[in-house]
Design a protein around this ligand. Structure first.
Ligand code: GLY
Length: 359
């Protein structure tokens, strides 16, 4: 120990800095004083929503070759953004009520404590790359709509029509059956039940992909990217681009992110909550489950509750910590996640859950 700091002081300083000792290879700085360096081997891990089998495998391959976790997870989710068959993200994503695909994405880079995001950006296939550029090449954290598109184009992104034949046909089918099945609500109160039919009649789980990684240097980063809720009111922004809600990273603790009904998560900012629960010592799965419980308790509007007063929607969380532990949880059973701890192929795991689906 330098500067007269004994082992007890060192451990106290490390704990004040919120750092689990003996993990990773990053420096521990308390009150401006370099007091130690973590040297033990890191257990790299990449976690994502269940649509990220290829994404997590790609990210882990890059991490094993020495990549920074953020470069790795963004390269991973780019596979899903580019995939026309995943209609929850990027190219082929389901459009808003006017038939236009609008995308949201955020990134957070643990070692530099920075983040970037774009919301309601149109015609750009890889919003996660634009979110990363917002972080790296602007003094802002969140740029939306037309401004986000212009920012992307200034950096050489090309505008593309993101509707595939399949997503256009799905939109047309919804439009043709419109009637009550949209997101506009008449005046209502906490007791109103028979409104918001769109929520019930259409499969509104858009998928999204959240992907978080711990790299060989012990650094944590994450990304969330989505085309958002299908048939949404134009300009609707979900939880994915909101740091603290759809994604949060603290390099001394871990990372968490979400998929599912963004409106519910926006009201609880669960990703930052999960990171804080982990800081207090909870494991990733337990922390995710606690966030699900909080959302369930916070849901008061009858139109959003089933006959047993449980949410009639789902939200899923995925988290890792700096020890390389991981976990996921959902409000309802049946959700899964993809994880890779260094293997060539990722595996699918079941999320913990609050309520068991009856079918
Ligand atoms: N969680 C994605 C969204 O609601 O847009």
């Amino acid at each position: 120990m330098n500067d007269g700091m004994n082992r007890r002081d060192f451990l106290k300083a490390a704990s004040l800095a919120g750092v689990a000792t003996g993990i990773g290879a990053q420096s521990i700085v308390a009150e401006g004083l370099l007091v130690g360096t973590k040297t033990a081997a890191v257990k790299p891990v990449v976690i994502s929503s269940a649509n990220g089998l290829a994404a997590t495998a790609k990210a882990m391959e890059m991490i094993k070759n020495g990549a920074d976790a953020l470069d790795a997870v963004v390269a991973g989710v780019n596979i899903v953004e580019d995939d026309p068959n995943d209609n929850s993200v990027g190219y082929g994503g389901l459009p808003n009520e006017e038939g236009v695909v609008e995308l949201d994405s955020s990134v957070m880079h643990g070692p530099s404590g920075r983040g970037g995001a774009v919301a309601a950006i149109r015609n750009i296939k890889n919003p996660s790359k634009v979110a990363k550029l917002v972080m790296e090449r602007s003094d802002h954290v969140l740029i939306v709509g037309e401004g986000a598109l212009r920012f992307a184009k200034s950096h050489g992104f090309k505008e593309e029509d993101l509707l595939t034949d399949e997503s256009r046909k799905l939109w047309l089918e919804w439009k043709e059956k419109l009637s009550t099945e949209d997101d506009w609500l008449p005046p209502h109160d906490i007791e109103s039940k028979d409104i918001g039919e769109n929520l019930k009649k259409w499969l509104r789980v858009t998928g999204t992909i959240n992907c978080n990684g711990l790299d060989l240097k012990g650094n944590v980063s994450g990304v969330t990217t989505t085309s958002g809720l299908a048939w949404k009111i134009p300009g609707r922004v979900g939880d994915s681009p909101i740091l603290g809600a759809g994604l949060y990273v603290d390099n001394s603790v871990g990372a968490a992110g979400s998929t599912g009904r963004g409106e519910a998560n926006l009201l609880s900012c669960s990703s930052v909550m999960i990171v804080e629960y982990m800081r207090q010592g909870k494991g990733p799965e337990e922390a995710c489950l606690m966030a699900c419980k909080r959302i369930s308790e916070q849901t008061k509007m009858k139109r959003l509750l089933d006959d047993n007063n449980r949410p009639n929607f789902n939200v899923n969380f995925y988290a890792i910590n700096v020890k390389g532990e991981f976990g996921g949880a959902s409000i309802w059973s049946g959700s899964r996640y993809a994880v890779n701890t260094g293997e060539a192929q990722s595996r699918i795991m079941e999320c913990a859950y609050l309520y068991k689906r009856s079918r």
